[in-house]
Design a protein around this ligand. Structure first.
Ligand SMILES: *Cc1c(COP(=O)(O)O)cnc(C)c1O
Length: 461
């Protein structure tokens, strides 16, 4: 005890075996410690603590990238000091961001891709906020010009939207109108949309790749009924596509699906660079159809090489390295590489879904053919345990598989979800299926059913 209690000179501290050094026994938790400690000691303490987190590679719950090439890791280290807002000091990073925006404009068929209007963000959430704000401001301006009130804006979306849209509506005081799920359709469809839309609707959110089950909402049909609505009422309601995941999947795996700027009603699209864009956490993208759809009153101007650089962001400073990594991935993989990576994920997902279909314990809800996401419920005959028990049991072998109930009107349905991402190989899928069978056997062999506890209601990924 005396060793770590007494403060010794640094040279002496460095001689002590690492786990006997000051700081090691009493790890400060609530106050910044009064004194310095050796960097190796601090490193060890923090490293050991975060080991308690689940292993990212076994995390089948997240959509977010957990593996990149060694070269990407090196690039990350080399660019960790870059601040995205310092466009004047880091003009090349600013140029790289602009290139990525143009590449995405091209990928998503913007009418003038070479002049694409958009920005990197910290993730899809910031992109959703910005796109939602732009829709709100444009609606306000149009209403003001027409001499109509602007105090009751609403936004229409499926009950399955990601939590960010609830946040958007709350923070920016827009009435959220959720179209409830019905039967076995777990996302927004065109047929039930119009009863929720009116002249106060700032926009409709269509999700390309629902977080609930990975299914694509029919963006083209949604736009078509809104075209019809405009013809009969004169009210034009824009569509924002939340392509957090699908923005980097559909162009490579389902090029025939028309969901992007090819549809004139789609005014903005956002996607997560850190999901199937294949970059570590911290980057998203939002693009507008053209400059007209991003109101000038929302744009701020920063100094850029003595000139003027327009920005639209919630943050000021934020890391630039992820933007550099996105550009790296675009160069490294090209369309061919993205296709190969996403196709492999889809093959693994479809294989898992097919295997689950042969198992009497499961009902497969989504089979990985839209996003590489497999959602499955327990068959009604299974009464001894539920999906929450199975999720917990799988944790024992390291797999993080979330269990959750579906949104309102289908809360009766509880599911498990596996997101297949780059790095979840066929081999790992076999190991997962093996452990899944073992878990089922264990639960089945119980002498009596698992006791039930109150489940947390929401799961937000
Ligand atoms: C993940 C996700 C979001 C939020 O994205 P972040 O990049 O995590 O901020 C929004 N919408 C959908 C459909 C998502 O899947």
């Amino acid at each position: 005890m005396a060793v770590w209690k007494s403060r010794r000179p640094d040279e002496e501290q460095a001689l002590l075996p690492r786990f006997t050094r000051s700081g090691m026994v009493e790890v400060p938790r609530d106050r910044i410690p009064d004194h310095v400690m050796l960097p190796q000691t601090a490193y060890q303490i923090v490293c050991d603590e975060v080991m308690l987190d689940g292993n990212a590679r076994f995390n089948l719950a997240t959509f977010v990238t957990t593996w990149m090439d060694e070269e990407a890791d090196r690039l990350y280290t080399a660019t960790a000091d870059k601040n995205m807002i310092d466009k004047d000091e880091y003009p090349q990073t600013a140029e790289i961001e602009a290139r990525c925006v143009r590449m995405l404009g091209d990928l998503w068929h913007a009418p003038h891709a070479e002049q694409s209007v958009g920005t990197s963000t910290t993730g899809s959430s910031e992109g959703c906020m910005l796109a939602g704000l732009a829709m709100k401001r444009r609606w306000q301006q149009a209403r003001q010009e027409a001499g109509k009130p602007t105090d009751r804006p609403n936004i229409v979306m499926g009950g399955n939207v990601q939590v960010v849209w609830e946040k958007f509506a709350n923070y920016w005081e827009v009435d959220p109108r959720y179209v409830p799920l019905e039967g076995n359709v777990f996302h927004l469809t065109a047929d039930r949309l119009l009863e929720h839309v009116d002249e106060n609707t700032i926009g409709v959110v269509a999700v390309l790749g629902s977080t609930m089950d990975g299914s694509y909402e029919p963006v083209q049909e949604i736009c078509a009924v809104l075209d019809e609505y405009e013809r009969s009422t004169g009210v034009s309601v824009p569509v924002h596509v939340d392509a957090a995941s699908g923005g980097f999947i559909a162009p490579f795996l389902q090029p025939e699906v028309v969901w992007d700027f090819r549809l004139p009603r789609v005014v903005s699209i956002q996607a997560s660079g850190h999901k199937f864009g294949l970059v570590y956490p911290g980057v998203g993208w939002v693009l507008w159809r053209d400059a007209e759809h991003l109101p000038e009153s929302l744009v701020f101007h920063v100094n850029y090489l003595g000139g003027d650089m327009p920005t639209f962001a919630l943050n000021f400073s934020r890391p630039g390295a992820q933007v550099v990594l996105q550009y790296y991935q675009f160069l490294r993989l090209g369309k061919e590489g993205y296709g190969l990576v996403q196709r492999t994920c889809q093959d693994v997902a479809v294989h898992i879904a097919r295997t689950l279909k042969t198992m009497p314990e499961f009902d497969v809800i989504s089979d990985g053919t839209d996003l590489p996401v497999v959602t499955f419920a327990l068959a009604p005959e299974v009464t001894k345990y539920d999906v929450f028990d199975l999720s917990r049991k799988l944790r024992e072998s390291g797999w993080l598989v979330p269990a959750y109930t579906m949104p309102p009107k289908r809360e009766d349905l509880a599911v498990l979800r596996v997101v297949v991402r780059n790095g979840f190989s066929h081999d790992m899928a076999e190991l997962f299926l093996r452990d899944l069978r073992t878990a089922l056997r264990w639960l089945d062999d119980l002498a009596s059913p698992m006791p039930h506890e109150v489940q947390p209601s929401g799961f937000h990924h």
